[in-house]
Write a protein that binds this ligand. Structure first.
Ligand SMILES: *[C@@H]1O[C@H](CO)[C@@H](O)[C@H](O)[C@H]1NC(C)=O
Ligand SMILES: *[C@@H]1O[C@H](CO)[C@@H](O)[C@H](O)[C@H]1NC(C)=O
Ligand SMILES: *[C@@H]1O[C@H](CO)[C@@H](O)[C@H](O)[C@H]1NC(C)=O
Length: 406
C-alpha cells in the first residue's frame, strides 16, 4: 500500500531492482569475448589464447595505464575457461593446462591489484561453446564461484532444453548467488533468449539481475553498432523505464580500439553507450591499443555521463534529415544530447538545435561540447540556435546544464 502511494506521488513507478546493493551505476571493466573469443590454441597463439596470463596481463595494464583510475574495475572471463569435465565433487573446474593456478589464485591476483574478477557460465546444459552448463548445478556453481572470490557472473542462455524454463533458471541462479552471502554482480542474457518467443517480463528480470543482454552479440563492424542502436531505439518504450540504479540494459561490449570502426564510429559508440546508461565492458587488447581509442575510452566527461547518479537511460527523440538525436536526462536538471550523422556519403553536415525546445535551457543554460572535441559553448538562452557540424557516422555529444540568471 505504501508503495502504491509512493508510486502515485512520484507519478512514475520505478521497478524494484535486485537487492544486492551492486551496480548502482553501470558496471565498468574489460571482457574477453569479442576480441579473443574461444581461442584455446595456446601452442599456436600463446599471446592471445584464453589462459590465466591473458587476464593477469590485462589486470596489470588496467592499473598501469590508468584504466582503473578512469573507473574500469572488472576483469571478466567469458566462455571457454573451464574444463570439459566437472571434478569428482561435481564442481566446475578451470582447464588445467590453460589455468594451472586455478581461478581462486587468479581472483587473488586480480584483487591484489584492487580490481574485481568476472566469470562466465550458462543457465542451460552447455555453454554456447559447448563447455559444461549449470542446469541442475546452480547452487554448487554459485558456491564454487563465491569460494573462488568471483565478483561478477555473466550467465549465458544457450542449450536451455525448454525456453519456458529460462525465467526459472535465471531466478534460481540469482537466489543461489544471494545465498552464498558474497556480493556478486549478476549479468543475465535472459531477455535475449526470450525475445524470439515472447516479450520478456522486464519487471521480473530487473528483480533478479543487475544487467541483462537484450539483443545479439556485437561484432567488430559499424553495421553491428548500428543494428544495436536501431533495435534499442525501436524498443525504447519497453527498455528505458526499467533501467536504473541496480539494473541496466546491456547493449554488449565496447569494441573501441579494435579493427572495424573508424574513429568517428568509435566516438559514436562511446557517446551512445553513455547515453544508454550501458555497462562499459571493453573487449579489446589493452597491450596494443591506438592512443586515440585509449583517450576516448578514458574520457572522464563521457564516463561521467554514463555513470550519472540519477541512472536514467537515454532515448532517441528524433530522426531528421539523416540525423538521429538522442538525449539522456542527467541529475540536477542537466541533459546530455547526442547527434549522429547517419548519412554515409559526403562530408560533415550542419545540424541546428533550437534551445527553445530544451527544458534545461529555460531561461538560460551552460552548454559544453564533449565530442568530437571538448569545447565550452558558453551560456545560452531560449532564443539561441546552436549549430554543430557532424562527420558522417560520427556523433556530436553535448551536455546542457541549467544555469542561474542573476
Ligand atoms: C540477499 O537478499 C537479501 C534480501 O533481498 C538482501 O538483503 C541481501 O543483501 C542479499 N545478499 C546478497 C549477498 O546479495
Ligand atoms: C528452480 O527451483 C525450483 C525450486 O527449487 C525447482 O522446483 C525448479 O525445478 C528449478 N528450476 C530450474 C530451471 O532450475
Ligand atoms: C531497424 O529496425 C526496424 C524494426 O525493428 C527494422 O525493420 C529495420 O530493418 C532496421 N533497420 C536497420 C538499418 O537495421
Amino acid at each position: 500500500m505504501a508503495n502504491v502511494i509512493l508510486c502515485f506521488l512520484a507519478l512514475i513507478c520505478s521497478v524494484q531492482s535486485l537487492d544486492n546493493g551492486l551496480a548502482l551505476t553501470p558496471t565498468m571493466g574489460w571482457l574477453h569475448w569479442e576480441r579473443f573469443m574461444c581461442n584455446i590454441d595456446c601452442d599456436m597463439d600463446p599471446q592471445n589464447c584464453i589462459r590465466e596470463e591473458l587476464f593477469m596481463q590485462m589486470a596489470d595494464l588496467m592499473v598501469e595505464e590508468k584504466w582503473k583510475d578512469a573507473g574500469y574495475e572488472f576483469v571478466c572471463i567469458d566462455d571457454c575457461w573451464s574444463s570439459h569435465q566437472r571434478d569428482a565433487q561435481g564442481r566446475l573446474q578451470a582447464d588445467p593446462k590453460r589455468f594451472p593456478s586455478g581461478i581462486k589464485k587468479l581472483a587473488d591476483y586480480i584483487h591484489s591489484k584492487g580490481l574485481k574478477l568476472g566469470i562466465y557460465a550458462d543457465v542451460g546444459t552447455k555453454t554456447c561453446a559447448g563447455y559444461p552448463g549449470s542446469l541442475g548445478h546452480y547452487k554448487t556453481d554459485a558456491k564454487t564461484f563465491a569460494e573462488w572470490g568471483v565478483d561478477l557472473l555473466k550467465f549465458d542462455g544457450c542449450y536451455m532444453p525448454d525456453w519456458t524454463l529460462l525465467a526459472e533458471g535465471y531466478v534460481n541462479m540469482s537466489k543461489a548467488l544471494n545465498e552464498t552471502g558474497r556480493k556478486i554482480v549478476y549479468s543475465c542474457e535472459w531477455p535475449l533468449y526470450e525475445w524470439s518467443h515472447q516479450e520478456p517480463n522486464y519487471k521480473a528480470i530487473k528483480g533478479a539481475c543487475n544487467h541483462w543482454r537484450n539483443y545479439g552479440d556485437i561484432y567488430d563492424q559499424w553495421v553491428s553498432v548500428k543494428s544495436i542502436l536501431n533495435w534499442t531505439a525501436n524498443h525504447q518504450n519497453i527498455l528505458v523505464p526499467v533501467a536504473g540504479p541496480g539494473g541496466w540494459n546491456d547493449p554488449d561490449m565496447l569494441i573501441i580500439g579494435n579493427f572495424g570502426l573508424s574513429h568517428d564510429q568509435q566516438q559514436t559508440q562511446m557517446a551512445l553507450w553513455a547515453i544508454m546508461a550501458a555497462p562499459l565492458l571493453m573487449s579489446n587488447d589493452l597491450r596494443n591499443i591506438p592512443y586515440k581509442s585509449k583517450k576516448l575510452l578514458q574520457n572522464r566527461k563521457i564516463i561521467a555521463i554514463n555513470q550519472d547518479r540519477a541512472g536514467k537511460q537515454g532515448y532517441r527523440i528524433a530522426e531528421v534529415n539523416g540525423f538521429e538525436v538522442w538525449e539522456r536526462p542527467l541529475s540536477r536538471g542537466g541533459l546530455a544530447v547526442a547527434v549522429i550523422n547517419k548519412q554515409e556519403i559526403g562530408g560533415p553536415r550542419h545540424f541546428s538545435i533550437s534551445l527553445a525546445t530544451v527544458t534545461s535551457c529555460n531561461p538560460i543554460c551552460k552548454i559544453t561540447q564533449i565530442l568530437p572535441t571538448y569545447r565550452k559553448l558558453g551560456i545560452q538562452d531560449v532564443e539561441s540556435k546552436l549549430i554543430i557540424l557532424v562527420n558522417p557516422t560520427g556523433t556530436t555529444l553535448l551536455t546542457i546544464k541549467p544555469s542561474k540568471s542573476d
